[in-house]
Design a protein around this ligand. Sequence first.
Ligand SMILES: [Zn+2]
Length: 69
Amino acid sequence: MKVLVRGNSIRCSQCEKMFPSGYEYRMHWESEHFYPYLKTNSFDFKRALEDASYNRNVERLIKEISNNI
Ligand SMILES: [Zn+2]
């Protein structure tokens, strides 16, 4: 008897991990591929959050990521 397993339907484009939903993927992407990237480029994320214009850029990036799911 063959069992179809649902879930793990989204593959990370950066490291090929699988995720059951866009939410998990987004959380993973942000923590694994977004914030570290900002750090390696000497981008102060905490400070950016306090800066409205930078914050808009961050939100735009996250929206672009979400649109690609
Ligand atoms: Zn990944």
